[in-house]
Write a protein that binds this ligand. Structure first.
Ligand code: MN
Ligand code: MN
Length: 471
């Protein structure tokens, strides 16, 4: 009798309480294999897409192979892409309904925190050659010291010719580094200071060479050696750096992490985990009811300013192009007002070493699936898109029907800090939007950590969203 009562309470618990669901507990063997296989494809993508330019090039290459045509060309088809300035790319997949019924958008960003070279970067000091940088996005500066770095980017010469550069990724390549002070001499300069004061942006100088040219009377001969080398190798001279975009990123590939290989460690998972999930989600979306767009924006990490960002007019332009192509007379604004969107971005996962910054009941946990974040921003819900309850209810239904394992989360304790995404910039068009993406540990570091289970569930979530019926 007593035992039976206990069962009833357990049933009541199951029915009424939220139980966090560890993905690994719930998936069968074929799904486990699909998770691992997805992880392999994902790591390859991370390695080929370390900068926004490389990301756009790789996405374009992959979708061209799958029959996507340039939206700006004369070719017509249900699948198209729009490459904007090589830094932002949008994929479209035609749905059965007219555009005026609304679109399904998954919007991620393809830029990541890094060090950018300044326009006169090269100098010599103490018979060593260095490159001056300005950091891009939110970094903890000390994480970039004393580690192998690679240089990626483009140099445009005044005659219009273009040099593409990627040094430090092939095991045979040289790498670069930012030196750090030895602990023996760091007491006053670093150890006794606040972390924000101890590491100066102006000291993030990249060591690039040490061979001299000429004899001891030659001025700046280490710098001269490198300039001669750059002329011989790339046909450039110092002034060409002015019209270059060279990005310093952590060298080396993404790796399996842990003996059980359940995690991925690597650079740029904010936000390429969501980019790749949206890409595979769109490529595998079968006969969607609504026209689907995957948008991979630039400049999110620096506040979405500029013409390749989520605040640009690119989305409106694409809607106009689609309307023209499908000979629909609807207003672009109405199409967007009727649309539903996911702001596909990562969130910080609960770090067991720093429980004090998290509110554990509402923190995302690694391995518990894709995260749904109703609002981002900071104290008092400032600077946030706050997704509507009606919309979240619909998404819960979509995820449930597709077997997506998800968790609701909020970044950090109230007033602990915070962060924004592009959700609020897209929300101004009147569309429904919510943040939904992969939880990460060591977010914004040179070696971010994700669970393969969460990465796969992010893909499943976007795929389900693209194909779900309206109501
Ligand atoms: Mn992000
Ligand atoms: Mn970020």
């Amino acid at each position: 009798m007593k035992g039976r009562k206990k069962d009833e309470w357990e049933q009541l618990r199951d029915r009424l309480m939220v139980t966090p669901r560890l993905v690994w507990d719930l998936v069968d063997q074929p799904t486990r294999e699909a998770i691992m296989a997805y992880g392999e494809r994902y790591k390859t993508f991370l390695d080929l897409a370390k900068t926004e330019r490389e990301g756009v090039t790789e996405v374009e290459r992959l979708v061209q192979k799958r029959g996507f045509v340039d939206l700006n060309s004369k070719s017509r088809g249900p699948k198209s892409y729009y490459n904007y300035k090589g830094k932002t790319i949008v994929l479209t997949l035609q749905g059965r309904r007219p555009l005026m019924d609304g679109l399904r958008l998954v919007a991620a960003h393809i830029d990541s925190p890094r060090l950018d070279l300044k326009q006169y970067p090269l100098y010599e000091d103490t018979d060593l050659a260095f490159l001056k940088t300005h950091y891009y996005g939110g970094i903890k500066k000390y994480q970039w010291l004393a580690r192998p770095l690679a240089l990626h980017g483009v140099i445009l010469k005044a005659d219009g010719s273009r040099v593409e550069l990627k040094v430090g990724e092939d095991p045979a390549d040289p790498v670069f580094t930012v030196c750090d002070l030895l602990p023996h001499l760091a007491r006053k300069t670093q150890m006794d200071k606040k972390v924000t004061d101890a590491f100066e942006g102006e000291k993030l100088n990249v060591l690039a060479g040490s061979l001299p040219l000429g004899d001891k009377d030659t001025k700046e001969r280490v710098k001269l050696y490198l300039l001669k080398f750059l002329e011989d190798r790339y046909g450039i001279r110092e002034e060409d750096f002015v019209s270059a975009e060279l990005e310093v990123v952590p060298a080396g590939p993404a790796r399996d992490l842990g003996w059980d290989r359940s995690l991925v460690g690597g650079y740029g998972q904010d936000d390429r985990s969501c980019v790749y999930a949206a890409l595979e989600g769109l490529l595998t979306a079968q006969k969607p009811e609504y026209t689907c767009l995957a948008l991979f924006y630039d400049k999110e990490e620096v506040g979405s300013d500029g013409n390749t960002s989520a605040r640009s007019c690119l989305l409106e332009e694409i809607v106009e192009l689609l309307l023209e192509r499908q000979k629909e007379k609807a207003a672009g604004r109405r199409v967007l007002m009727a649309s539903r969107a996911i702001s596909a971005d990562v969130t910080g996962a609960l770090d067991p070493d720093y429980p004090e910054v998290h509110e554990k009941r509402n923190a995302a946990r690694l391995g518990y699936g894709v995260s749904l974040t109703k609002f981002t921003g900071h104290g008092g819900k400032y600077s946030a898109n706050d997704a509507h309850a009606e919309y979240i209810a619909w998404l819960r239904r979509v995820f449930q029907e597709a077997g997506v394992i998800w968790q609701a989360s909020h970044l950090g304790k109230v007033d602990e800090g915070g962060g924004g995404t592009i959700a609020k910039y897209l929300a101004v068009h009147g569309l429904e939007i919510i943040d939904c993406g992969t939880p990460l540990l060591s977010m914004h570091s040179p070696f971010e950590v994700a669970s393969k289970a969460d990465l796969y569930m992010t893909f499943k979530a976007y795929q389900a969203f693209f194909t779900a019926p309206g109501e």
